[in-house]
Design a protein around this ligand. Structure first.
Ligand SMILES: NC(=O)c1ccc[n+]([C@@H]2O[C@H](COP(=O)([O-])OP(=O)(O)OC[C@H]3O[C@@H](n4cnc5c(N)ncnc54)[C@H](OP(=O)(O)O)[C@@H]3O)[C@@H](O)[C@H]2O)c1
Length: 346
């Protein structure tokens, strides 16, 4: 079956600028972290990516290590690009990252120039692309001079292998330092990619989001549904079969679904119902309420989830009373994710 893009694909999706850059992203972007590994067949991948693109989702986010196994998501995206989406390359913003463990030995992770530039070349080969739109340092590296890590990003731009650069999970001070170092090299940071959700507010607590606003850096929030916790699927009585939480060794940890977190999720559900919206839609509207926020970076297992998430566009506005009620509902139900749990130091 040949994919034909929907001519109405730009009719409903709003787009926002990344900070002070000229690049715009859709309100919802699609990440390929967990649902595009070797277990996903071509037809399933095309169904999801094609549906997303048909609804105006022009941004697909990857990293060298997405899969499993690591590299599999980039390979699958490469196949979809080659067979079906190639005519639309200029309509797409494709990002990748380097920093987490990818290959054995001292150069397969963190932020040295050696590691970042070799990884970008590997990513381009896997995806069959000449360039990525955005190349990120996936995490701050405390053992490499920031000048070296940022210099590698700047070099990727000068080589034409990346159009824009970004940083991911950098706390406030490191964000300011990275901005200064890159500005001296004549390269702006276009995007910061931190975790952020109604129950994970570290970028507000350490003021990273304020720094981004002040410095003109766009923000794209990853795990805006806290890996699915904000769908309500982890209620005590519910089965975990077929969910991300099914695997006890997976990325959704027991601490993410403690009873106090689930109690907050239940209260949020009541607020969402009053608005005539689903819980995931409320969670996405909340993330998108701030002017610094360019896009919410979601992950979906299937088209039904994506359809529901796209429904947020119909009701994005939250009143001051609703925001206050949401704060109250989540006061004792916050969870820790990167970098507060120090994942960026391992
Ligand atoms: N920079 C970084 O360090 C970093 C880290 C993590 C992620 N990311 C990026 O952010 C992207 C999104 O992360 P994420 O996958 O954790 O985001 P998320 O949107 O918070 O969680 C996605 C999961 O939520 C569940 N879900 C989504 N929509 C749903 C719906 N309508 N109803 C019920 N459940 C729903 C699904 O869980 P089930 O699969 O259980 O059904 C889905 O797999 C990644 O793909 C990646 O691109 C970046």
């Amino acid at each position: 079956m040949t994919y034909r893009a929907d001519p109405a694909r730009y009719d409903t999706m709003p787009y926002r600028h990344c900070g002070r850059s000229g690049l715009k992203l859709p309100l919802l972007s699609l990440g390929l972290w967990q649902n595009f590994g070797a277990a996903r067949d071509y037809a399933g991948a095309l169904e999801l990516l094609g549906y997303a693109f048909d609804r105006g989702i022009t941004h697909f986010d990857l990293a060298n290590n997405y899969g499993p196994p690591p590299g599999a998501a980039e390979e699958l995206l490469g196949l979809v690009m080659a067979r079906d989406l190639k005519p639309h390359r200029d309509e797409l913003v494709i990002s990748t990252k380097a920093g987490y463990p990818m290959w054995p030995g001292p150069y397969g992770m963190f932020g040295s120039k050696k590691s970042l530039l070799a990884s970008l070349d590997q990513s381009l080969r896997r995806m069959g692309l000449d360039y990525v739109d955005i190349f990120y340092s996936h995490r701050f590296d405390p053992h490499t001079p920031l000048e070296e890590t940022m210099g590698a990003l700047a070099q990727a731009v000068r080589q034409g292998k990346a159009l824009y650069v970004g940083i991911s999970s950098y706390p406030e001070q490191q964000t300011r330092d990275a901005h200064r170092v890159l500005a001296e090299m004549g390269v702006p940071i276009t995007l910061h990619q931190p975790s952020y959700s109604v129950i994970n507010r570290w970028i507000e607590e350490d003021r990273t989001i304020d720094a981004c606003g002040e410095l003109g850096i766009g923000v794209i929030a990853f795990s805006p549904l806290s890996q699915g916790v904000l769908s309500g699927k982890y209620a005590a009585s519910a089965s975990r079969a077929g969910t991300r939480g099914e695997n006890p060794a997976g990325t959704l940890r027991a601490s993410h679904v403690e009873p106090r977190v689930l109690a907050a999720v239940e209260k949020l559900d009541t607020i969402a119902r009053k608005r005539g919206q689903s819980l995931v839609q409320l969670a996405l509207a909340w993330v998108l309420r701030r002017s610094e926020m360019t896009s919410a970076l979601i992950g979906v297992r299937n088209v039904d989830q994506l359809k529901e998430n796209l429904g947020v566009i119909a009701n994005l506005t939250l009143s001051a009373e609703e925001v206050a009620a949401i704060d109250e509902a989540t006061r004792d139900g916050r969870m820790e994710m990167y970098p507060t749990e120090k994942g960026w130091l391992r």
